[in-house]
Design a binder for this molecule. Structure first.
Ligand code: AMP
Ligand code: FE
Ligand code: FE
Ligand code: ZN
Length: 290
């Protein structure tokens, strides 16, 4: 069976491989399809699709929007969206402006306390994409302030640490609407990563379904068969589709491998078909307009 990976980051956000390199790796591994799902940007999609056409790997347009539900950071995946949609531009520009303002404030706080990290270096590490804390952690590692990226998060940048600043988020309902406006299919990313107890998880999935979220990412690096089945039961009761992916970030998450996650991940091509079918069903009314 041809395997796919529908959750992949590139240098357009916090991955360490360029869009072209990711597609080259997918081709080497024999993956049938991948989706590029960078944080709050579609900037890597075009390059990846060009490489995909050359190398015979199907590349789906995607994006992973950071949003909030009940005060918690939640990730919503958008698939098969029109990356040039005028609806996306203002929202993504707002996100990047907010991120950049926050990045500069964090860097200034670090500098004031004697850490030698500059925004120039952080931007260089990001490779020209969306800049975030992973790049700052890398800069701190380079500066010798920490022994690992993880230590930078544990001691300095993580929630509750002295240099943590919150970002602003597009509200959950608005993120779902944004994906709809861009003619995409919305899928809740890694639903078991938010620390919800079973009752809250069910409320979360129910709330998402009511907002028009189409699916759940039921296959994910490290999820057991039992966990995937639990998620499928929640989604099936609400007419949702199922997708899966590794959340590959290159060497930034060295234990997560493209296509195979922590080793046991196996997502079939049916997930791509499910996305396509859902897109047609969701936007049929638009297509059928005279
Ligand atoms: P940002 O979007 O700038 O807030 O950075 C969020 C990213 O930082 C996430 O996608 C994770 O990859 C990474 N991250 C967040 N918290 C931690 C943590 N405690 N340990 C390691 N990485 C983290
Ligand atoms: Fe990330
Ligand atoms: Fe995520
Ligand atoms: Zn991700």
């Amino acid at each position: 069976m041809e395997q796919v990976d529908l959750h992949v980051h590139t240098t357009a956000s916090d991955g360490t491989l360029s869009p072209t390199q990711v597609v080259e790796l997918a081709a080497e591994l024999g993956l049938g399809a991948i989706a590029i799902t960078d944080h709050d940007t579609v900037a890597g999609v075009e390059e990846a699709q060009a490489a995909g056409a050359r190398l015979g790997v199907e590349v789906l347009a995607g994006m992973e929007i950071s949003t909030q539900w009940r005060g918690r950071e939640i990730h919503l995946l958008g698939y098969l969206l029109d990356t040039g949609s005028p609806a996306l531009k203002p929202a993504l520009e707002w996100t990047v402006r907010d991120r950049n303002a926050r990045n500069e404030r964090i860097a200034a706080m670090l500098q004031r306390d004697g850490y030698s990290v500059t925004m120039e270096r952080i931007a260089a590490i990001s490779g020209g994409g969306v800049i975030g804390r992973p790049h700052m952690a890398q800069a701190l590692l380079e500066a010798g302030a920490v022994a690992s990226v993880q230590e930078a998060f544990d001691r300095l940048l993580g929630e509750g640490c002295p240099y943590f600043l919150p970002r602003s988020y597009i509200p959950f309902s608005q993120a779902a609407e944004l994906i709809r406006q861009a003619e995409g299919v919305a899928v809740l990313a890694h639903p078991l990563q938010y620390g919800f107890d079973p009752a809250t998880l069910e409320e979360f999935v129910q709330g998402a379904a009511e907002l028009g979220v189409d699916g759940l990412e039921v296959w994910y690096s490290g999820y057991t068969g039992e966990e995937s089945r639990l998620l499928m039961a929640l989604g099936r009761a609400r007419g949702m589709i199922f997708t899966g992916g590794s959340d590959f970030h290159g060497t930034r998450k060295p234990n997560i491998h493209l296509g195979f996650g922590k080793g046991g991940l196996c997502v079939g091509k049916g997930a791509v078909e499910a996305l396509r079918e859902r897109k047609i069903a969701k936007f049929q009314k638009i297509f059928m307009k005279p």
